[in-house]
Design a protein. Structure first.
Length: 283
């Protein structure tokens, strides 16, 4: 992975704007969903899927592909938007989100959706699944890499810390976790509900290699992922500081947008804001 050029950064920004539009469109048409966390995690997914991961939409079950577990499964509109854009399934599936019979439901289902590696949604379980994938890759003598995306409210779950201990104990250096640290959960600010701080020190104490970045800065994200993949002897945790509802002014840092769809006026305002960002980027 080389340093991103100016042209590559602009291309990623353009892709992210399109995908943010898709997220808003999906959730608006569905009349339900989780736009806040989908918008905060999107830039992380863009860097991983477009610049890091070894995947092939034409061969989604390739044994040597990299795996990504979206443990914060409620943010799946972001994952669906990426997978559709890459060609894992037709883009018109997006507009049937959460409808009866559609493969794209409110939480990812690996049995129904090409490109989804793990069914998630019951928070706290995805890191354990990623551990299993990393152990299997080791047993296979495979070079495939495993990525897990965690929500910050999610890591209040005890199973996360059991999985963190296991990953460290087994020295799973083929596992990279990314924390979407937007500071909000369904009930409000983390600092008021159940503070995670000092979060970096906690993961270090559990034996992880820890890096911190701006989760909307593509260059910083790519550099942190590169360092994580090069680190040997321990799993890596990238704490990505993000903004809930990123890219839509009235959604940013607003806990109300954790799990509701925009009405018609809000929908039109959101799309108009994304249109004005063309050429200048989300950041």
């Amino acid at each position: 992975m080389s340093t991103l050029s100016v042209a590559e950064i602009e291309n990623l920004k353009s892709t992210a704007r399109k995908l943010r539009r898709d997220i808003i469109e999906m959730v608006y048409r569905a009349g339900s969903g989780h736009p806040g966390g989908a918008l905060s995690v999107l830039d992380i997914l863009v860097v991983l899927y477009y610049k890091v991961m070894c995947i092939d939409p034409a061969s989604p079950q390739d044994r040597e592909r990299d795996r990504l577990v979206l443990s914060k499964g409620h943010a799946c509109p972001a994952l669906y938007a990426v997978l559709a854009d890459l060609g894992f399934f037709p883009s018109d599936w997006l507009w049937e989100l959460r409808k009866t019979g559609c493969p794209l439901q409110g939480h990812p289902d690996m049995r129904k959706t090409p490109g989804v590696e793990m069914s998630t949604g019951s928070l706290g379980q995805g890191l354990s699944a990623a551990n299993g994938m990393a152990l299997a890759a080791r047993l296979d003598n495979s070079g495939r890499r495993i990525f897990a995306i965690l929500g910050d409210g999610e890591i209040q779950e005890g199973q996360i810390w059991e999985a963190a201990l296991s990953a460290s104990h087994f020295r799973l250096d083929n596992l990279t976790a990314v924390l979407d640290y937007n500071g909000l959960q369904i009930d409000g600010w983390l600092r008021d509900v159940k503070s995670l701080e000092p979060v970096a020190e906690k993961w270090k104490a559990f034996g992880w290699n820890v890096l911190e970045v701006d989760g909307h800065d593509y260059t910083s994200l790519l550099e942190a992922i590169k360092k994580a993949l090069e680190h040997r002897g321990a799993p890596s945790m990238i704490i990505a500081h993000t903004v809930k509802g990123k890219g839509i002014s009235f959604m940013e840092n607003q806990p109300d947008w954790h799990g509701k769809a925009p009405g018609e006026e809000e929908y039109r305002q959101a799309l108009a804001e994304l249109d004005t960002q063309e050429g200048e980027g989300v950041r």
